[in-house]
Design a protein around this ligand. Structure first.
Ligand code: SF4
Ligand code: F3S
Length: 78
């Protein structure tokens, strides 16, 4: 699945939401999150984020830590 990383926090541009064909991007308090079981890996959301917050799960820059972890906390999965 794709994940939304640190740059989204307190930005929440929401351009990604309009692009997602399966509506699997959900709003949290300070950032948005991609539901990993619903994401179809289409990649449509990635280029539209103005702060480049969206990455394929294996490609999240290491300095931002494991956002699969915070993503999983949000959805209560993993
Ligand atoms: Fe939605 Fe596609 Fe982005 Fe997954 S990769 S969150 S399905 S737009
Ligand atoms: Fe956040 Fe970028 Fe979407 S700032 S809400 S991941 S367009």
């Amino acid at each position: 699945a794709y994940v939304i990383a640190l740059p989204c926090v307190d930005v929440k541009d929401r351009s990604c939401v309009d692009e997602c064909p399966v509506d699997c991007i959900y709003e949290g308090r300070r950032a948005l999150y991609i539901q990993p079981d619903e994401c179809v890996d289409c990649g449509a959301c990635e280029p539209v984020c103005p702060v480049e917050a969206i990455y394929f799960e294996d490609d999240v820059p290491a300095e931002w830590g494991d956002h699969r972890g915070s993503n999983a906390d949000f959805f209560g999965t993993l």
